[in-house]
Design a protein. Sequence first.
Length: 185
Amino acid sequence: MADFPIWEPPIFASEQEHLFAMLDRLRATFRYKADGLNLEQLKARLPSSELSVGGLLQHLATVEDEKFSYFIARERPEVLLEFLEQDKNPFIVQDDEDPRVLYERYDNAVAKSRRIQQQIIDDGTLDTASGLEFEGQQPSVRRIICDLIEEYGRHTGHSDLIREAIDGRVGEDPPQGFLPKWFKG
């Protein structure tokens, strides 16, 4: 099993290890589906949808920031606020957008989330209250993580269909050698 990709979930591990490993696998798969596209390709949509891979990159960067920075770490959600303050819809990629900025924003948001994720693991705080309040209750950090896994599951499927239409890239997982920037260091 030593030759498994770094993003592959463990065969046997604790529930917490599986939970975060599944999230990382979805992050890696999504990032592979989005990788290496130019602006025109990042903006490409299927006829039946307004979604684009670039829009999903932006949206998931804001969701990472909201869930980990704001709801879990209770910090200012910089990526989310960037879009809100400029009254920009993350699902819409601007005509003058630099693809490197789209990728960097997403990669940096995930890297920050993974640092917070590691703190959750180190401190054993998966079952503590998050900073989100919903109808007078505070969902646990575990619930926030599960919501993010569900969000990635849905949008990774979307990106799979869009990417196949762009250039035929298909596959369940990234190839063995694919390593997102945020897995380094």
